[in-house]
Design a protein around this ligand. Sequence first.
Ligand code: ZN
Length: 97
Amino acid sequence: MLPSTHIADVEKSMRYAQESDDRIVFKRFDVSVEGDHRSHTVSYDEGLWTCDCEGYEHNNYCGHTMTMERVLGEMVRLGELAIAESSGEAVPATAQA
Ligand SMILES: [Zn+2]
């Protein structure tokens, strides 16, 4: 038989997950994004995305950081993607659909 604390934790996790918009804030993490030619390390730190690719070095955003913003959506604070779209510049074709 499962201890009652385990059951309480499961119930809590279900409720917290449903309320994730209010309860969960990503602070920092690294992910590997598999590009067409090689993989890139994308990092997130308190709202700032970085990537180890050349595109990021020139623009402070790139297809890899934008990919992560799309995948995670509102789970993370929008950064350069939101800026690019609101200024009407450098909007990828997929964003206009
Ligand atoms: Zn990149």
